[in-house]
Design a binder for this molecule. Structure first.
Ligand code: TXA
Ligand code: MG
Length: 339
């Protein structure tokens, strides 16, 4: 692949847009596509040259494996061994924001799985993504469509802003309904299911569906382990990071500026009742009335906005402790991590 700047085409999510994008994918190109979680940088998962382009465009280290997106369970059985337990969760959460790590079949290129004997798989729910999967009849490898280590994109403009000179095609399916990456459940040992990344599908929901307890990986914030390739690199502590330094505060606490210097913004979890609630230079909020779903949807957009405004520091109020709030806080902690 040449390294010169590319001209990006933003395709509308019409029948024609979907058709053009499918042609590109079938021809071995990489396209940014909408999903219900975040935008993905997709290519034919069974074509090594397409997969290599994904790593190049994203500047992602080859040790970090990709998720394969599929349209139906017949396709899934081509690439992975399906344990009995999968049926219980597939029925309940697919299509949707859950990635499952399964034992892989030979057909999956080593490049996709970074040489592991497992593969991450997800049946996405976004209707536009589903129609691309159905019409192209491809299995699509797709990481989040951001440069490695930066905040995930939740609309087509985000992709254009940060990858517009490295990529030729984006399909615009509007803003992502969820705005946080999928939950990752490791099921390679079906007796001991384990969450590798918190996400929109909660531990409690998974335990109920699987009728067994589900561990949350103790390494979830351990960047050392990640370096050795033992856990999902999305669990690296410094990940999803904006350039602006963030200071996190517990939910419900005052967002006092303290010793912060220079231009400071505050992000409240919900819209402050009084306009004078903060003495920051600018005040933002993740939700009008404290709704976690709304906050999740706005989080990455707001973090990207902060980077455009050149604040010296942004003080962020974390979400309340509940399953979706914990996922928001997980992403906030990674965004705030210094190393
Ligand atoms: O919501 C999502 O999951 C989005 C959309 C586009 O589907 N995708 C996404 O992909 O977040 P990515 O590559 O940004 O994050 C996937 C994470 C990575 O941290 C990767 O290391 C981990 O999944 N992963 C993939 N395959 C794995 C495997 N076989 N074993 C362990 N971790 C794996
Ligand atoms: Mg990612």
């Amino acid at each position: 692949m040449g390294s010169g700047p590319k001209i990006i085409h933003v395709h509308q999510a019409s029948a024609d847009g979907v058709k053009q994008v499918c042609e590109q994918l079938i021809a071995g190109k990489v396209v940014a596509l909408p999903t219900e979680t975040v935008y993905g940088l997709a290519g034919n998962a069974l074509d090594t040259s397409s997969v290599r382009q994904i790593f190049d465009i994203k500047m992602r280290p080859l040790i970090d494996p990709l998720i394969v997106h599929f349209h139906n369970l017949n396709q899934l059985s081509r690439i992975a061994y399906i344990p009995d337990q999968l049926e219980k969760i597939a029925e309940k959460f697919w299509p949707g924001p859950l990635t499952v790590i399964l034992k892989k079949k030979e057909i999956v290129p080593d490049l996709v799985t970074a040489g592991r004997d497992s593969v991450g798989v997800r049946m996405p729910a976004h209707p536009v993504m589903r129609s691309v999967l159905q019409n192209s009849e491809l299995l699509l490898a797709a990481p989040s469509a951001n440069p490695f280590g930066y905040v995930s994109p939740t609309c087509a403009e985000h992709v254009v802003e940060s990858l517009g000179t490295r990529l030729e095609n984006v399909l615009d399916g509007g803003p992502c309904a969820i705005g946080l990456e999928s939950t990752i459940l490791e099921l390679t040992d079906p007796i001991h299911p384990k969450i590798l990344r918190l996400g929109p599908v909660s531990k409690q929901e998974l335990e109920k569906a699987l009728e067994t307890s589900v561990e949350v990986s103790a390494n979830i914030l351990d960047s050392e382990k990640q370096q050795t390739g033992l856990v999902a690199p999305g669990t690296l502590s410094k990940h999803y990071s904006p350039k602006t330094p963030l200071t996190l505060k517990e939910n419900g606490s005052l967002l006092a500026l303290g010793s912060s210097k220079g231009r400071v913004a505050t992000i409240h979890f919900q819209r402050p009742k009084s306009p004078s609630a903060s003495d920051a230079d600018e005040t933002y909020w993740l939700s009008e009335n404290g709704d976690e779903m709304e906050a999740a949807k706005n989080l990455f957009k707001l973090l990207r906005e902060m980077d455009k405004k050149d604040f010296d520091c942004v003080i962020v109020e974390m979400a309340p402790k509940n399953p979706l709030g914990d996922t928001i806080n997980d992403r906030l902690k990674r965004a705030a991590a210094k190393a």
